[in-house]
Ligand binder design. Structure first.
Ligand code: GTP
Ligand code: MG
Length: 138
């Protein structure tokens, strides 16, 4: 059984969409096995997204991710990493398939409501960034 790291981003928590987004995960068969609502500093957001530090949108991404509360969570299920990315939809909401989280809720390519790990190695690193083993209850 696979686990992935998910983040409900500040544009979504601001609009009170945490429950609506969690319903999409649960309806798709993903189990929320850990979850907490936190406020990232710009330094923490920059560390989490360090892989993007050379990209032109890095500064915007970091200030957005620190602009309000996020809900960080661990989703578990068969093929959880790819299943979560299917439920999320494409990065840019204008390319996202109907019914996906980003098609329904995202405001722009930057303020796109959710993050999901993209591979097993990054999932393990990203889960460890936010959660200790004690917080993970299958
Ligand atoms: P994540 O699950 O958040 O990693 O999204 P992704 O894998 O679909 O996209 P990617 O890793 O390429 O980019 C990471 C995040 O950077 C995106 O989710 C957006 O929030 C942001 N981002 C990507 N492209 C742009 C852009 O052109 N402009 C802005 N402002 N933000 C962007
Ligand atoms: Mg990504």
């Amino acid at each position: 059984i696979e686990r992935t790291l998910s983040i409900i981003k500040p544009d979504a928590t601001r609009r009170n969409l945490t429950g609506a987004i969690n319903k999409k995960f649960e309806d798709a068969g993903l189990r929320i096995v850990a979850q907490k609502r936190i406020l990232l500093s710009e330094a923490q957001a920059g560390e989490f997204y360090a892989v993007h530090k050379e990209r032109p949108f890095f500064g915007e991404l970091v200030s957005f991710m620190a602009s309000g509360p996020v809900v960080v969570q661990v989703l578990e299920g068969e093929g959880a990493i790819s299943k979560n990315r299917e439920v999320m939809g494409a990065t840019n909401p204008s390319d996202a398939a109907p019914g996906t989280i980003r098609a329904e809720f995202a405001e722009s390519v930057g303020e796109n409501s959710v993050h999901g790990s993209d591979a097993p190695e990054t999932a393990a690193e990203e889960i460890a960034f936010y959660f200790s083993g004690l917080e993970l209850v299958g």
